[in-house]
Write a protein that binds this ligand. Sequence first.
Ligand SMILES: Nc1ncnc2c1ncn2[C@@H]1O[C@H](COP(=O)(O)OP(=O)(O)O)[C@@H](O)[C@H]1O
Ligand SMILES: [Mg+2]
Length: 176
Amino acid sequence: MQHGFTFWFTGLSGAGKTTLSKSLAEEFLREGKNVVVLDGDELRSTLSKDLGFSEEDRIEQNRRAANIASILNDQGIHVMAALISPTHEIQTLIKDIIGVNRCFLIHVDCSIEGCQQRDVKQLYANRIKQNEGNFTGIHQPYQDPVNPWLKINTEFSTFEQCKAELLQAIRATFNQ
Ligand SMILES: Nc1ncnc2c1ncn2[C@@H]1O[C@H](COP(=O)(O)OP(=O)(O)O)[C@@H](O)[C@H]1O
Ligand SMILES: [Mg+2]
């Protein structure tokens, strides 16, 4: 059975977590690897429908996703997780649940100005109002992960460059 690894994409809204994690998953599938994508937004409309954006609820959202990732990894399935995971507490929790040896944190780095300018689906314009004081990077801080496995800057590099960087890092680490 293959070993299951989790690649956990963390960063601000609009930084590129969903885009990069899905394209990496497609690459894995093409290579015949079993992989599941856990996307924060998708979980919020299903499994985590009951949760909001308070600090407590964000911990719970990440706790759930990390436990699913761990179960899947136990069964040899790779996971691409794309969640904001804004605080050191949450980032540590994720690694504790999944296990440091198989959890690879990828900091998808783009400044708040860059994300706002991009404003995918009018997310900043609309959600800032809806979330009432809980928007990461605006009202709540985003704490850059300490020693992430990889930090990818999506602000000054194209998607293709970022994807290539990711694949290269994976090949270098996993020798494949
Ligand atoms: N280098 C890059 N890497 C990833 N996405 C990028 C990059 N440059 C521009 N983008 C764009 O930024 C947006 C990122 O959106 P998304 O992946 O939904 O972000 P998130 O999931 O982090 O909220 C997409 O529209 C994507 O095409
Ligand atoms: Mg997303």
